[in-house]
Design a protein around this ligand. Structure first.
Ligand SMILES: *Cc1c(COP(=O)(O)O)cnc(C)c1O
Length: 457
């Protein structure tokens, strides 16, 4: 049995390596034929077993071609980071270990490495000592966890135990967000019973930054949500102008810094994050800028006891008594040891490597912006970090260029509407992207735009 398993895992490793070696030579998004053959994986669950080799073969034959080449250097959609080799290799080991990271007693390795990784993240992001947190699945869950800590704290101060008694009849919490709030933060508010629509929206400027002069009255029953890194423009709310007064007023300040907060890891870009360290809680992603691989989000709270107040569960069989039990800080109980991949990725980068990743991807973004401007197209945002918005003309023309580019396959970019204007979004978020990738992609963009113009006559 052990021999068969070893053979199978070697085969899987071989398939994975072959896949990665070819990932830069294939088209970035799968073509319609590749997606169509996925049908081979549908159908009813067979009554009897299938050999593991045959299952793996099915996946490789029919599954691999219909993946998106996220691991290559020319995927610029959404804010999808790549996966650092150290994080990927650690992930393989983590899968072999099959640890449950809920309690120390279940996996000292998982729990200790998660603790160390959280402390490294805190330092890289320039956050106060004593800040603690949780490794979750993404920034959506990180926003959720941090806002649960905020809800717990504000209501506790008002004499209300929300964990025990729920929100019916509770004192009101007011939530203030910027007009450009990320939809996942609103979703987190909905999950917490605070409401997706029941928010005060603060107007923003042309880059999507909250206007400090438009802030409403803040008090001890307010959660103020700031953003470090707008998903379209990469812009940062003016935290230094907002946070001191917000804290003075007793408001809870939360920061959605899914990718932008990592600018703090670079001496060159750190100034963009000034003032965010004054907040009470932060949400960020390991799977975006740090290239840890999916899924990896991080919730951080200045007073970790607040997170514990919202998350801990008690039962006789769960009295485990470790000094820091992950389950006390996490929405989940049983969970993958994803902190190990975070530890491995950060350990491989070091402080300088993380800074270099931020700087290199941001300089690639500027190279894109300069190349597109030189070709006569309009860049809609100030390129402050790794995000570029470009218009190829009117909405229809821009969407046609994007569709052509996606089908041509050299690279992949998505579309957005930025303050009323349709644009193509470029997010340079992968360690694997080179200057050559940028130049090849630029050439493909310019060609797609030229062909669209021709076609319209
Ligand atoms: C990506 C993103 C999120 C959501 O993160 P997930 O990891 O996809 O859950 C939230 N806020 C901002 C600003 C983002 O860029």
């Amino acid at each position: 049995m052990a021999e068969a398993r070893t053979a199978l895992l070697k085969r899987a490793a071989r398939d994975a390596m072959d896949y990665l070696e070819a990932v830069d030579t294939r088209r970035v998004a799968p073509g319609p034929e590749a997606v169509a053959i996925l049908n081979a994986l549908r159908g009813q669950l067979p009554p009897g077993p299938t050999s593991a080799e045959a299952v793996l073969h099915l996946l490789n034959e029919y599954g691999s071609p219909a993946t998106v080449a996220n691991g290559g250097g020319r995927y610029f959609g959404f804010v999808n980071g790549g996966c650092l080799p150290a994080a990927m290799a650690a992930g393989w080991l983590v899968t072999a270990w099959d640890q449950n990271a809920a309690f120390l007693v279940q996996s000292p390795t998982a729990v200790v490495l998660e603790e160390v990784a959280l402390e490294w993240v805190r330092e890289l992001l320039g956050l106060p000592e004593g800040t603690g947190g949780a490794v979750v699945t993404g920034a959506t869950m990180a926003n959720f966890a941090a806002l649960a800590a905020a809800r717990y704290t504000l209501l506790k101060r008002a004499g209300w135990d929300v964990e025990a008694d729920g929100l019916f009849g509770a004192p009101e919490i007011r939530v203030v967000v910027g007009e450009e709030v990320h939809p996942s933060l609103l979703k987190a508010l909905g999950l917490l019973g605070l409401g997706r629509k029941r928010v005060v929206r603060v107007p923003v400027d042309g880059q999507g930054r909250m206007r400090a002069d438009e802030l409403p009255h803040l008090d001890g029953m307010t959660i103020l949500c700031l953003q470090a890194g707008n998903v379209n423009t990469g812009a940062f709310d003016p935290a230094a102008a907002i946070c001191p007064a917000a804290r003075e007023a007793g408001a809870w300040v939360h920061v959605d810094g899914a990718f932008g907060l990592w600018a703090a890891a670079s001496p060159e870009y750190r100034k963009l994050t000034k003032g965010f360290e004054l907040a009470d809680s932060w949400a960020t992603d390991g799977h975006k800028w740090p290239n840890i691989g999916y899924d990896c989000g991080i919730a951080l709270v200045r007073e970790p006891a607040a997170l514990k107040g919202a998350m801990s569960v008690r039962a006789a069989y769960l009295e485990t008594g470790g000094p820091r039990e992950p389950s006390d800080y996490n929405p989940e109980l049983s969970r993958r040891a994803r902190g190990v991949e975070l530890w491995a990725g950060l350990r491989s980068l070091g402080r300088q490597g993380m800074a270099a990743l931020v700087e290199r991807t941001s300089s690639h973004a500027r190279r894109f912006a300069a190349g597109l401007k030189a070709a006569g197209f309009e860049v809609l945002n100030e390129v402050v970090i790794n995000q570029v918005l470009v218009s190829f003309g009117d909405a229809e023309k821009t969407l046609r260029v994007i569709a052509l580019l996606q089908a041509e396959g050299t690279c992949w970019c998505g579309s957005t509407v930025w303050q009323g204007r349709t644009a193509m979004r470029i997010s340079v978020s992968s360690w694997a992207t080179t200057s050559e990738d940028v130049d090849r992609s630029l050439a493909a963009m310019v060609k797609a735009a030229a062909e669209t113009t021709k076609g319209s006559f």
